[in-house]
Design a protein around this ligand. Structure first.
Ligand code: HEC
Ligand code: HEC
Ligand code: HEC
Ligand code: HEC
Ligand code: HEC
Length: 319
């Protein structure tokens, strides 16, 4: 028994040290780039098609995922952002928003914190341009001008959770220890030179393969750090408190990227493989005759027993 504890403690000590020694090649906080002044400028800064040439497979997978259209959504997200403005921001007495012209980046962050974190690199004009573009897209659909609607839909989807959001902006989580992501570096599982001319360096993001990485956007509950906390996704909270706490040990990446075989096409119930992985369903039925009482006599009865076992790493559905 004593041996067991010695080994256990050594392991804990080693993994703790490992944690603090696993410095990525982050560095001092960089001076922020000048703010993007248009949707086009922000989209260009995070354009994933620049990586297509050498990472075609990953790019193809990613472009099928909802990350590739993270403010358009299925397309349910863009209209819901407008609802949040009309039924939320404009009705709240202290939001400072009476009309679209009052909307700032800070206001939209109650959604964009997770749906478009790079919006913090843009001016308030870009926040208003996004809102105007979504409204014009909705109007074009109402007018049945589908050519115009398609074009605007493309503009909305040009803002998304692309390669550089995950492999640079959000790649390093513990910035006091690992440093801040550097502008010339791509973060992954290896270090060295990187053939891309804009990102000539490659460095390790210690938590990229861990659930906490996805947890940055997949939610634990209300976003208390905001002046007006919002709540949308809560899968990470459920993962921590209902799955890991009951002995679950897979990471998000293991289920969604590896076991599913989907790689960067992270999916849910729209995908057959994920549906297959989601539930064990056991249905048993039997019929019998039951003698109830003298008046009603013998009645036919059906008994159906349905057992559902959630095999995913969190409550489903989420949100
Ligand atoms: C000219 C080709 C080229 C371009 C363009 C390119 N890459 Fe790479 N990338 C590579 C090669 C080759 C590797 C393999 C590692 C190496 O450099 O030896 C790599 C490795 C990586 C890795 C590390 C994978 C790991 O081992 O963890 C990431 C992440 C990555 N690239 C992301 C990107 C992103 C994001 C872009 C677009 C901004 C991009 N790359 C553009 C060629 C390219
Ligand atoms: C920058 C924030 C961010 C990060 C990091 C992130 N996600 Fe997402 N993810 C989102 C948003 C936002 C959506 C929903 C987009 C929409 O439809 O509006 C989403 C959608 C998804 C979906 C599809 C859900 C559905 O309804 O079909 C899955 C699965 C998913 N993410 C898994 C992951 C995994 C696994 C990781 C980590 C490897 C991860 N995500 C990292 C923000 C993020
Ligand atoms: C904590 C991060 C976070 C915040 C803040 C957030 N969302 Fe989400 N949202 C997500 C993620 C992740 C998903 C997809 C996965 C899920 O449903 O669990 C999602 C899904 C959605 C969906 C369904 C997606 C689809 O394509 O059908 C809508 C709609 C949505 N969000 C709208 C909003 C709006 C509007 C706001 C702001 C009022 C907001 N979200 C704030 C993370 C967030
Ligand atoms: C939502 C976050 C997210 C986005 C967006 C994303 N990646 Fe990744 N990527 C990851 C994670 C997480 C891993 C590590 C998976 C693991 O644990 O093995 C990874 C691994 C990689 C790797 C190395 C292993 C492999 O799968 O080939 C490359 C190369 C890579 N990404 C390139 C890209 C490129 C190029 C894009 C854009 C087209 C992109 N990634 C978009 C999260 C992301
Ligand atoms: C044990 C495997 C497993 C793990 C671990 C896991 N997931 Fe899932 N996840 C699934 C399966 C399977 C589904 C599909 C559920 C369905 O069909 O409704 C799913 C669904 C989802 C959805 C969609 C929820 C919805 O409302 O439709 C999101 C988002 C998601 N996962 C994100 C994550 C994130 C983020 C993590 C890590 C914090 C994670 N998952 C960990 C297996 C897993």
């Amino acid at each position: 028994m004593r041996n067991y504890w010695t080994i256990a403690l050594t392991c804990i000590a080693a993994s703790t040290l490992g944690l603090y020694n696993a410095y990525g090649a982050g560095g001092p906080k960089p001076t922020p780039l000048p703010k993007a002044k248009t949707i086009a400028e922000l989209a260009e800064r995070y354009d994933s098609s620049k990586c297509l040439e050498c990472h075609e497979d990953v790019h193809d997978e990613w472009s099928e995922s909802l990350h590739a259209k993270s403010i358009l959504g299925t397309p349910r997200t863009a209209p819901t952002i407008i609802t949040a403005i009309e039924k939320g921001l404009k009705l709240f007495p202290y939001s400072g928003v009476k009309e679209d012209a009052d909307i700032t980046v800070e206001h939209l962050m109650m959604c964009m914190k997770c749906h478009l974190p790079q919006l913090d690199e843009a001016t308030d004009e870009v926040a208003r341009e996004i809102v105007a573009t979504i409204r014009n897209w909705q109007q074009a659909n109402r007018d049945q001008d589908y050519t115009k609607a398609k074009k605007l839909e493309k503009t909305i989807a040009s803002l998304n959770i692309g390669c550089m959001v995950c492999h640079n902006k959000l790649a390093l989580i513990h910035k006091y220890a690992d440093g801040y992501p550097q502008a010339d570096t791509i973060y992954g599982a290896n270090e060295g030179d990187h053939e891309d001319e804009n990102y000539p360096k490659m460095a390790v993001a210690p938590a990229l393969g861990e659930a906490i990485f996805c947890g940055q956007c997949h939610g634990q509950g209300p976003n208390f750090e905001l002046d007006h906390p919002s709540q949308c996704a809560t899968a990470y909270g459920s993962y921590l408190f209902a799955y890991v706490a009951h002995g679950g040990s897979d990471t998000c990446q293991e289920c969604h990227m590896k076991k599913s075989g989907l790689g960067h096409d992270m999916q849910s119930y729209r995908d057959d493989t994920m549906i297959e992985m989601a539930l064990d369903v056991n249905v048993e039925g039997r019929s019998l005759f039951w003698r109830k009482n003298r008046q009603e006599g013998v009645l036919p009865i059906g008994i159906i027993n349905v057992e559902l076992y959630n095999k995913s790493g969190h409550g489903i559905p989420d949100g």
